[in-house]
Design a protein around this ligand. Structure first.
Ligand code: BEZ
Length: 236
């Protein structure tokens, strides 16, 4: 059972289907493990239905405050410049803000002209903030009119796997998003965890719930037991 929400002022093209179970008093609080709600929205690539567009691929969906602002411009340049790294991992990108499509396109023209980094992914124009409000992408305490710097990784089954939010004056790191994706991939593949600041090739961690004596059979290299609850293992 889902509820439908529609834009009213700037655009009646936005519609969000929110499972009833996600409905709290005013909005859904996105949580890791939730299926991301479906929505239709106008984007710089035309009108898209999110589930049709996203299903079967990893998606990095992010909101940002506004076009023609300095921190957002630097983030767009970083993401557009990282297009090959996202494509190599089969991650699709999609942005969301309350700007008009016209402003988003003019802003992208600036970015391509000045920085040489064309923005090739779709940008959602959520003028009324319908998706933003329902999906917890507004930040009432910073500026309720603007979308927050919210970052979400969604897996091919449409489940939310990572979520973080940055302050309006702090730009996000592309490397960190790719790092979390790589960590999730290895953790899914090998049923392990990754330590703080893990980078590809670094040792991995056994989950504290796994018996290291049993885990030995799963790995070729020896397990390094540092503490009774901390066991390092390498990927090969
Ligand atoms: C920025 O991206 O620089 C920005 C956007 C909205 C408010 C303040 C700063």
């Amino acid at each position: 059972m889902t509820m439908q929400f529609f834009g009213t002022r700037g655009s009646n093209e936005v519609a969000v289907s929110l499972p009833l179970a996600y409905r709290s008093k005013s909005h859904w609080v996105p949580r890791i493990g939730d299926v991301f709600p479906d929505f239709t929205a106008p984007t710089t690539h035309g009108k898209l239905r999110f589930h049709d567009w996203a299903e079967g691929s990893w998606v990095y969906l992010f909101s940002h405050p506004a076009a023609f602002t300095p921190v957002c411009t630097s983030e767009m340049v970083g993401l557009a410049g990282g297009a090959d790294a996202f494509a190599a991992r089969d991650i699709k990108l999609m942005s969301l803000s309350r700007d008009t499509l016209d402003d988003q396109c003019r802003w992208c023209d600036d970015i391509a002209r000045v920085f040489g980094t064309p923005v090739t992914f779709p940008m959602i124009s959520d003028i009324d903030g319908v998706i933003a409000r329902i999906c917890g992408m507004l930040h009432e305490k910073e500026d309720p009119r603007l979308t927050a710097r919210k970052s979400i990784l969604i897996d091919p089954a449409l489940r939310l796997r990572m979520i973080f939010e940055y302050p309006v004056r702090v730009g996000r790191s592309v490397d960190e998003i790719l790092r979390v994706f790589d960590a999730l991939s290895v953790s899914d593949e090998l049923d392990v965890a990754t330590p703080s600041d893990w980078q590809e090739g670094d040792p991995l961690l056994l989950m504290h719930t796994e018996d290291p004596r049993r885990a030995r059979a799963r790995f070729r290299s020896p397990i390094d037991s540092v503490l009774p609850y901390l066991h390092l293992v390498s990927e090969d």
